[in-house]
Ligand binder design. Structure first.
Ligand SMILES: *Cc1c(COP(=O)(O)O)cnc(C)c1O
Length: 349
């Protein structure tokens, strides 16, 4: 047994990319508008979109651990990968700039969207501004193999590269969200509240996995993280999440933590629509509803779809009544600019 979650996390080298804890705020106008109020459901959001570096977003918590390790091991170049509009790529570029590391991005043409805004605006534009070296790869490329070859090449000329997998989702990256779990528990203790549901989007799964690992270590079994998968199908996402939870528990020296995948991991795959990065009408409605009731921005690829799932589950009674729900806002706002046609289809070009 480890003595505490926080002391286990404190043994890892980290870098500071954002102020923590991030704020938790209640959204009463949204509660009224979406029918939550009528069911006695209170909706809170944790503002993980507010990180100061690179426009903010959930990848900063993972990068705090990943780049902490990079600095501790004298890495000079980070090779990161993702889709064309990857928030992780953008935040890697920004964080590397801040730390004086070189950043090379491998961006895979995963989503069949061909508008100029998708290909050159949003995160891609910011990647360029942050000074990253970008290599574009065709759909279905094995970016990990390309990255490893590049790392070997850099090593042969005396440099040292760290390869970061898609979304920063390794067990080490997941520790960032074990830290977020600690913040949530601290908030509950300080405010005399207990969230009945913690809700997140699940893409490459380390956000969900880290939160779950953290909650399990803090002995909060039964506190279920509700995740909506937006990248892979439900079974693939579930399996990857379980694997990352086990990896994170092992890294923290907490493999003896009671953890039952069947009851402790919930992934809902029914709000992904036609595929990763492809808009759904429920996503558009969710983004507009939160913007118009609370002045807050979701993103079109992850949090917008997850929030549409949350709204639907509230409406159909799946979350029950008289409960406090915490939605983790994961950022991704620059993606909105890549989806201009989705939100403003009538504007003449
Ligand atoms: C990457 C991302 C997610 C998903 O997080 P994972 O840890 O990859 O599951 C959610 N929201 C936004 C905005 C993201 O960029």
């Amino acid at each position: 047994m480890i003595s505490s979650l926080q002391s286990a996390l404190d043994t890892f080298p980290t870098v500071s990319l954002m102020s923590q804890p991030t704020p938790i705020v209640r959204l009463t106008r949204l509660e009224q508008a979406c029918g939550a109020r009528a069911r006695g459901i209170r909706i809170f959001v944790k503002r993980d979109d507010l990180g100061e570096t690179g426009g903010g977003g959930n990848k900063l918590r993972k990068l705090a651990f990943l780049l902490g390790e990079a600095l501790a091991t004298n890495v000079d170049t980070v090779v990161a990968m993702g889709g064309l509009q990857s928030n992780h790529a953008r935040l890697s570029a920004a964080a590397c700039a801040r730390l004086g590391l070189s950043c090379e991005l491998l961006l895979v043409d995963t989503v069949p969207k061909h508008e100029v805004d998708y290909r050159e605006n949003g995160n891609v534009l910011l990647d360029r501004i942050f000074g990253a070296t970008i290599t574009f790869l065709p759909a279905h490329s094995d970016a990990m193999s390309v990255a490893q070859a590049r790392a070997a090449e850099l090593s042969s000329v005396g440099r040292k590269a760290m390869v970061i997998p898609t979304g920063g989702s390794s067990p080490l990256g997941a520790l960032g969200y074990a830290g977020c779990a600690q913040e949530i528990l601290d908030y509950e203790a300080a405010n005399g509240i207990e969230f009945g549901h913690i809700v997140v989007p699940n893409g490459s799964s380390a956000t969900h996995a880290g939160l779950t690992a953290g909650l399990q270590i803090a002995a909060r079994r039964g506190k279920i993280v509700r995740a909506y998968s937006v990248l892979h199908d439900q079974p693939t996402t579930y399996a990857k999440t379980v694997q990352l939870i086990e990896g994170a528990l092992a890294l923290l020296g907490a493999s003896d933590t009671p953890f039952d995948a069947a009851s402790d991991v919930t992934v809902d795959g029914s709000y992904r629509g036609d595929g990763y990065g492809l808009p759904t009408s429920a996503m558009i409605d969710a983004v507009q509803l939160l913007a118009r009731t609370e002045g807050l921005l979701l993103d079109p690829v992850y949090s917008g779809k997850a929030f549409s799932g949350l709204l639907s589950d509230i409406e159909t009674g799946r979350l029950g009544t008289d409960t406090d729900v915490l939605f983790v806002m994961t950022g991704g706002t620059p993606g909105l600019f890549a989806y201009r046609n989705t939100f403003a289809p009538d504007i003449a070009r």
